[in-house]
Design a protein around this ligand. Structure first.
Ligand code: ATP
Length: 244
């Protein structure tokens, strides 16, 4: 079976994540996509993350309706930062001989792949499916590769015209998915978490919106951010009113 591994912080999972997983599953005929929330993501150390249990519960709700989608505890409570190279190896050791693993990732994250732990080894472990962002090309994906895998400049220039497709290199295979429409991010959802469940359902699955309200997730931060924004708008209109 073809299997996708989709890692992330998922704080919270949103419609952009689901549309990436759906697009990848459809295009590559993935029989299963494991959503693997990181307990300790190495790149997100600046802010305190929502408890792993809540992030996992929201993933379970978000993935319930699609039988290909499975929330995974692979990166739960390992006690050390969750490096993708180790996560992938752990998953591969649990797969059968006829299974083939793909790593699912958004272009925003893929752009930093060279800074991840053992990027060359990671890229050699399985094929990558990268979801394009508006304006991005296969050339941008290839340019993000570690220097030892990166194609020559002339090839990169030719690839910059391709908005989707596959590049097969010695040591890495990258598939670029067509641009996705869902522009939402978890940062955005956290900032508007004070809104009603109905309003939040434009960005996260309905059950996730209801769970966020029930558990009062992100409330404090959201109200601070929204009132700061409202204050900013008020200040601006006062200022403009004054000048008129
Ligand atoms: P944050 O805003 O907190 O940084 P995020 O929305 O980027 O979070 P993550 O859990 O960090 O979510 O991302 C997991 C994966 O999903 C990454 O590979 C990221 O590039 C991808 N991703 C995030 N948002 C989208 C989106 N709207 N469309 C496609 N891919 C996305």
């Amino acid at each position: 079976m073809k299997i996708g591994l989709f890692g992330g912080t998922f704080d919270p999972v949103h419609l952009g994540h689901l549309s990436l997983a759906r697009a990848a599953a459809e295009k590559f005929d993935l029989g299963r996509v494991y959503f693997v929330p990181a307990d300790l993501p190495p790149h997100k150390t600046k802010r305190k993350l929502t408890d792993f249990q809540h992030r996992f519960a929201m993933l379970a709700l978000a993935t319930a309706e699609d039988k290909r989608f499975v929330p995974s505890l692979l990166d739960a409570h390992t006690g050390t930062p969750n490096y993708s190279v180790e996560t992938v190896r752990r998953m591969k050791s649990a797969l059968g001989k006829s299974d083939k693993l793909y790593f699912l990732i958004g272009m925003d994250a893929f752009k930093d792949i060279s800074t991840w732990r053992k990027p060359v080894e990671l890229l050699g472990e399985c094929e990558f499916i990268v979801a394009a962002r508006p304006g991005h090309s296969l050339g941008d994906a290839a340019r993000a590769l570690p220097a030892s895998l990166r194609p020559a400049e002339t090839e990169l220039r030719a690839l910059s015209k391709q908005r989707s497709g596959t590049i097969v290199l010695p040591g890495a295979t990258i598939h670029l998915l067509d641009e996705l429409r869902e522009r939402v991010s978890s940062t955005q959802v956290r900032a508007i978490a004070g809104r009603s469940a109905k309003q939040l359902s434009r960005y996260v699955p309905k059950l996730v919106a209801e769970y966020m309200k029930k558990e009062r997730l992100y409330d404090e931060r959201a109200s601070t951010l929204e009132s700061a924004a409202a204050n900013g708008r008020r200040m601006l209109s006062l200022h403009q009113g004054h000048r008129q």
